[in-house]
Design a binder for this molecule. Structure first.
Ligand SMILES: [Zn+2]
Length: 364
């Protein structure tokens, strides 16, 4: 279960100050009933107990500040007691889920149909590795395909990129060897092809194992090199373009409808046309100047403070505060659907439910 979540939102994508991953329980716990929530609150915990859930997956970290005590008469301590007593695993995916491809920010950009979407604030560039393998003639296609199918050689809009050069490989099988070519004690000279390709660090294990499977040799000669080139860019927020420019007022109406909110807080001239849009789910006020610097006409986020709104006004960029909850809630059904799809592909019969506590604020 946790592997499925961590493939979607790898822990290494979390920001340094964050606390993500398994909060309560153990990795090997058997899980049949899962509850997905934005925050673990007493309401979420009571529902989980009542409905015999084995696991709660939350977006906001269940444990964040180091604990100095666990007091049962306080809500936070009570929830820890309840989780342990009722054997409920708690797992949180926070900034790693914001940053992840397909995560909170991509969902928000997708919900507004943004095009040409890029990361607003890069937080990590994936390191790349060069993989070189020596393959006897006749087997180069099989090995190359296996590596490419496992994700090697992906450059821009191209996959399976490799460079191949022919040469002579030499080896002498020792006494206990079971050589594919040659015999023990005799130096062999074999026509081989050096295949080189590049891959994101996170895929190297998978690619090497696919390569070893397709390679005919007992002992395969291959090298892994670190390279200075950087791979995919991950980060907070997204920036892109509306399909066609809208007035700020029309964009507000659009957002209200798509995010299901009745009101928004807006900075800027409502009659002004906007096209380049930056978004950041949750509390994204700290990226106002970044969005303005990248030329956004409008920045949509939640939890904006007075000075951040003022900063937007000074730069001339429009700003929409659609609320922390409303800019993040899309992730709830997304996580649930993702888990259901992955689990059913594995033939697992697991119940996944969403507990949506709704917006805590009311407008009066
Ligand atoms: Zn949040």
């Amino acid at each position: 279960m946790i592997n499925i979540i961590e493939r979607l939102a790898p822990r290494k994508l979390a920001l340094e100050w964050d606390n993500v991953g398994l909060m309560v329980g153990d990795y090997s716990a058997k899980v049949d009933r899962i509850l997905v929530a934005l925050t673990v609150t007493p309401g979420v915990m009571n529902y989980a107990i009542e409905h015999k859930m084995d696991m709660i997956i939350s977006h906001h970290p269940f444990l964040f500040k180091p604990l100095k005590s666990i007091k049962r008469d306080l809500p936070s301590g009570r929830m820890i007691y309840d989780a342990v007593k009722h054997d409920i695993v708690i797992y949180s995916a926070h900034t790693n889920l914001d940053v992840a491809s397909g995560g909170v920010n991509d969902l928000l950009a997708g919900c507004l149909d943004l095009e040409g979407v890029e990361v607003l604030e890069p937080t990590r560039e994936e390191p790349l590795k060069k993989i070189v393998v020596f393959v006897p003639r006749g087997y180069e296609d099989a090995v190359r395909d296996a590596m490419g199918d496992a994700g090697a050689g992906h450059i821009g809009n191209y996959s399976h990129c490799t460079f191949n050069v022919a040469g002579i490989g030499t080896f002498r099988p020792l006494e206990k060897a079971r050589p594919f070519i040659g015999e023990a004690g005799r130096l062999e000279r074999v026509e081989e092809v050096r295949i080189e390709t590049i891959a994101p660090e996170s895929l190297v294990k998978k690619i090497v194992s696919a390569m070893l499977k397709a390679h005919p040799y007992e002992e395969v000669a291959y090298d892994l090199y670190p390279v200075e080139n950087k791979g995919g860019v991950f980060g907070l927020g997204r920036i892109g373009y509306l399909k066609s420019p809208l007035t700020l007022k029309d964009l507000c109406e659009n957002i209200k409808q798509k995010l299901g909110v009745n009101s928004l807080r807006v900075v800027g001239d409502l009659t002004k046309k906007v096209s380049k849009v930056a978004v950041c789910g949750g509390a994204g006020g700290n990226l106002v100047s970044k969005a303005a610097f990248l030329g956004a006409d409008v920045y949509i986020t939640g939890d904006v403070k007075y000075h951040e709104a003022e900063e937007a006004r000074i730069t001339g960029m429009a700003l929409i505060d659609a609320g922390h909850y409303s800019t993040e809630k899309l992730i709830l059904n997304f996580i649930a659907d993702h888990l259901k799809k992955e689990l059913s592909a594995l033939g697992e019969d697991v119940c996944v439910e969403v507990y949506d506590e709704g917006e805590p604020f009311a407008i009066v």
